[in-house]
Structures are given as C-alpha cells and as structure tokens.
Design a binder for this molecule. Structure first.
Ligand code: NAD
Length: 331
C-alpha cells in the first residue's frame, strides 16, 4: 500500500523501514511537513496517511483527504484526540492507532521527571561543568513516605503506581474505572478533591477528552498543597497553562514537570534555537527555576519505537488485506 508519512523525523524512517519487511512491503513516502491544509495535497495518490501526535486531523482536513482518495488514517501513537473520528467515519475513512507500545517508557519517564525536579540533577550537571561544586539550593526530599496522586490508572497509570509503591510512597488514585489489582496492592481510590488536597505529587495519566479538558484548572490548583509537584506526561490540554503561570507566581505550586503543552504543535519536535518564540506562556513556564519542560519525549525509547513501527506496519497490512482492524478507533 502507498502511505504518505507526515511529520516524519529520521528516527521514524529508520524504525518504520526496518519493520516494513514483509513479502509485499508497503511503499512508504516520508514528508517532514505536518499534515495541514497547506500540505494535504501531498496525499493525492496515496491510500493512507500516517500521522503523529501534533498533526491536527480535523473535519475540513478529513474532507480533503477523502477528496484525495485516502481510505486510512494511521496514527503512530496511542492518543487520538487530534483526529475527528466522527468526520473520518462519516467519509468512510478508517482510523487505526498503536493501542499499546510501551507503557513502561512513559511511566519510567514520569519518574525521571520527578527525580530531576526533586534532586535537581539538571542544575547540578550544569554547575559542576562550570567548576561550581556548591550544594546551595539543591536540597531535595525523600520520596519514601510521600503521597502520590495518580489521575487515570490505565496501562501507564498502573505501572507508574507500582513503581512509586516500590519507592515506599502511598498512592492515591482517581479513575472512573478503578483497577482491582491496584486496590489489592494498597492503592487507595479517592475523589479528585481528596486526591488534590492529600497528595505531595500529582500526575496525569488519563486521556484528553471533552470531560478531561483542563481537568487541572485554577480551582483544582487552589485545592492542592502549595508544595505540590505536578507532572503531566499525557496531553497538554489537560491543564490550563496560563493558570499554571499564575499559580507558580503566587508560590502555590512547588514544582511543575510537563512533557506536553496545549499549544505544542508548532513548537515541539522543531529546532527553534535561532527563532523568537512568541508563546509567552511557554517561555514564562520555562523561566521558572522549579519547572521542567520537555518536548513530548516520554514515549521515546528504542523499545517503544520498535513496537510503534511494528504495529503501524501491521495495521496497514491488515487494512490492505481486509483483515479485522484490531487497533481501529471508532466513535
Ligand atoms: P489507557 O487507555 O490504558 O488508560 C487511560 C485511563 O484513564 C483509563 O483507566 C481510563 O478509565 C482513565 N480515565 C478516563 N477518563 C478519566 C477521567 N475523567 N479521570 C481519570 N481517569 C480517566 O491509556 P494509557 O496507555 O495509560 O495512556 C494514558 C495517556 O497517556 C494517553 O491517553 C496519552 O494521552 C498519554 N501518552 C503520552 C505519551 C508521551 O509521550 N508523553 C505517550 C503515550 C501516551
């Protein structure tokens, strides 16, 4: 099958080409551009488009894909909040995703963010390179005995909760569908308000949906401890970012780690080191000493990239051969 791969980076080509080794390999054509109204005509003549987290595949774009003859949208990621599934279904375009590739990658990265913010290894690294061996202002806290609140205990939330229990933390959770195994291991399901008030560390592990949009708003922040460490490695739209700036300026949040940002599409995955960044909220967030921002890299391990590539190729093969689409997203 002929597939136009958008937003492609050198590592996408490496892993997808390595996985595309069946009897009848697909014809993958790589475009660095994101899929937008300006680039959509690159899809003419292709049966499928392959997109990533920051390609916004909305109704008008799907209409153009349909006019160009595209029959399949292949997400090489788990979240599908960036695709209008209703619109795709109404044009008879099927949508597939990578349901699971490595929940460990994202769970472990969350721990990396917590430890970095807590023990300030990023600041120590820079200090010693400059011959500064002082420990002033590098004080952290023991994780042992702290209370960690997990919002969303699906695949990633479960693994993350178990890791934190290994540190000797008490884990509170909120999820409309509590996980029995976690309850047996000692995780306590609570209301969101209880989780906000009792937790020393709070992390988002739920998908972005109309119900979870800005689930962490100014009101929610006010309920948290002033020392709270807030970590978001799920989707930017879960947090009201301008409200974060206000709360940080008021010393109402102790630490913030974000791997995702609501307006990330035009920023993350691009080298903008020679550009003037016009997003005042993001630049303000980056400037706080107690904030760590990374550009949507929680998934970025060799294991995850291999699994993403293999499932992506299998999804395309299943569509081409008329097999059941086990990873289809339907409304
Ligand atoms: P999952 O579907 O296995 O689990 C999601 C959980 O969230 C489910 O248990 C669900 O019941 C729960 N949930 C739904 N609505 C909720 C609500 N209103 N409040 C609390 N919980 C709610 O998904 P997963 O594989 O664990 O991934 C979670 C999210 O992580 C994804 O949706 C994606 O946005 C994000 N993610 C980020 C990266 C990254 O690189 N930063 C990589 C992969 C996934």
């Amino acid at each position: 099958m002929k597939v136009a791969v958008f937003s492609s980076k050198p590592y996408d080509k490496t892993y997808l080409d390595a996985a595309n080794i069946g009897d009848k390999p697909h014809r993958l054509v790589y475009f660095e551009d994101s899929l937008t109204q300006n680039t959509v005509d690159l899809s003419k003549g292709y049966g499928a488009v392959c997109v990533f987290v920051n390609d916004i595949v909305d109704g008008p774009l799907i209409k153009r894909l349909h006019e160009n003859g595209v029959k399949l949208i292949v997400l090489r990621c788990t979240g599908f909040n960036n695709v209008d599934i209703n619109a795709a279904n109404s044009y008879g375009i099927r949508v597939v995703r990578v349901t699971v590739y490595s929940p460990y990658a994202v769970a472990e990265y969350t721990v990396a963010m917590i430890l970095t913010l807590n023990r300030k290894t990023h600041r120590a690294f820079n200090r010693v390179r400059d011959g500064n061996f002082s420990l002033n202002n590098l004080i952290g806290f023991d994780l042992h005995g702290k209370t960690v609140g997990v919002i969303g205990t699906g695949k990633i939330g479960v693994i993350f909760s178990k890791i934190m229990m290994g540190f000797g933390c008490r884990v509170l959770a909120y999820d409309p569908f509590p996980n029995k195994e976690l309850v047996e291991k000692g995780v306590e399901y609570r209301s969101l308000d209880e989780l906000y008030t009792e937790s020393d560390i709070i992390t988002l592990k739920c998908p972005l949906t109309p119900e979870t949009y800005h689930i962490i708003d100014r009101e929610a922040m006010k309920k948290m401890k002033n020392t709270v460490m807030l970590i978001n490695s799920s989707r930017g739209g879960l947090i009201d970012a301008p409200a974060l700036v206000e709360a940080l300026k008021n010393r109402e949040i102790g630490y913030l780690g974000i791997d995702v940002y609501e307006q990330e599409e035009s920023l993350f995955y691009h080298d903008l080191s020679d550009e003037i960044i016009e997003d005042d909220v993001l630049t303000r967030l980056i400037a706080f000493p107690n904030v760590l921002v990374t550009s949507h890299q929680a998934f970025f391990t060799d294991t995850a990239l291999n699994n993403i590539a293999e499932t992506t190729i299998q999804n395309i093969t299943d569509f081409e051969e008329g097999n059941k689409l086990v990873n289809e997203v339907k409304h």
